[in-house]
Design a binder for this molecule. Structure first.
Ligand code: TMP
Ligand code: ASP
Length: 254
């Protein structure tokens, strides 16, 4: 097989040049990091599961009219996406107090918020993703006020839809992180949902037991990380056909 050009290697994914101009291949690794790379590890099968979970959620969002970068899944660890210019802002939507919000305000995890909270962080590992406001985003030229209106309304729409979808399979969508990118069709610029949506960047709790089914199991050394990701896929009805044995997937081909 022809050697593909690697465009970028992130913590959990590798991006390769796609088969057509304007496309990329997004390869999902089993590597996990937390706390800005201070904690690293491997979760066997995570890449295969996140590829499926993100495909499923991005497709469902596309079906309700949320534009995304997703084109189609190619194989167990790879998906074809449109090449976008990533906006360097991480959008976090919260429905329940957890993680850094609990820490910052000394609140206990698990308290339902009276309304969803949207926060912005500047995407920079070197700076530890500092929290920012709309003022920083517009002043530094990362997005215009109009772009931000669009990003905010898309994020809330994603939250409403995914909260309902997960509720249907007995999971509470506690919080999650989204990334957006710019896509050009001739002179027209569109903002689309990019990156991935998976237990790596969502907090997912079982409705009945509050059991964590997401990357907090890795961050907090709770064990059962791969099993939790599998459980999310199982509930969504998308566990790879021949079960856990399938999770290794083919090695990256270059
Ligand atoms: P936080 O409580 O640590 O701020 O995280 C909020 C949500 O955002 C949680 O679902 C995990 C996700 N997240 C990421 O995907 N990447 C990150 O770098 C951080 C800090 C959080
Ligand atoms: N993904 C982030 C990192 O790798 C942090 C996290 O998810 O906890 O640093």
């Amino acid at each position: 097989m022809a050697r593909r050009r690697q465009i970028f290697e992130g913590k959990a994914k590798v991006l390769f040049e796609g088969p057509e101009p304007g496309t990329l291949v997004q390869y999902f690794k089993d590597d996990a990091t937390a706390f800005d790379n201070r904690k690293t590890g491997v979760i066997t099968g995570k890449g295969v599961l996140n590829n499926r979970i993100s495909e499923y959620l991005m497709t469902k969002l596309g079906d309700i009219g949320v534009p995304t970068h997703f084109v189609r899944r190619l194989n167990m660890r790879e998906q074809l996406v449109r090449e976008v210019e990533i906006i360097p802002v991480e959008v976090v939507v919260r429905n329940v107090v957890a993680g850094s919000l609990a820490k910052r305000f000394g609140m206990s995890e698990g308290t339902a918020l009276p309304r969803s909270i949207v926060e912005y962080y500047y995407k920079s590992d070197e700076l530890n993703d500092p929290m920012i406001t709309e003022e920083h985003i517009t002043a530094f030229g990362w997005a215009t006020p109009q772009d931000l209106d669009e990003i905010m309304s898309m994020s809330l729409r994603v939250n409403d839809f995914l909260s309902g979808l997960f509720l249907g399979v007995g999971i509470r969508l506690v919080d999650f992180k989204l990334e957006f990118g710019r896509l050009w069709d001739n002179d027209q610029m569109r903002i689309v949902l990019a990156d991935e949506i998976s237990p790596d960047n969502c907090r997912l709790w079982d409705m009945q037991t509050d059991e964590k089914l997401d990357k907090d199991r890795f961050r907090r050394d709770m064990g059962g990380v791969g099993e939790a990701y599998q459980e999310v896929a199982r509930r969504l009805g998308i566990l790879p056909e021949s079960g856990p044995r399938d999770l290794q997937g083919p090695a990256v081909m270059q």
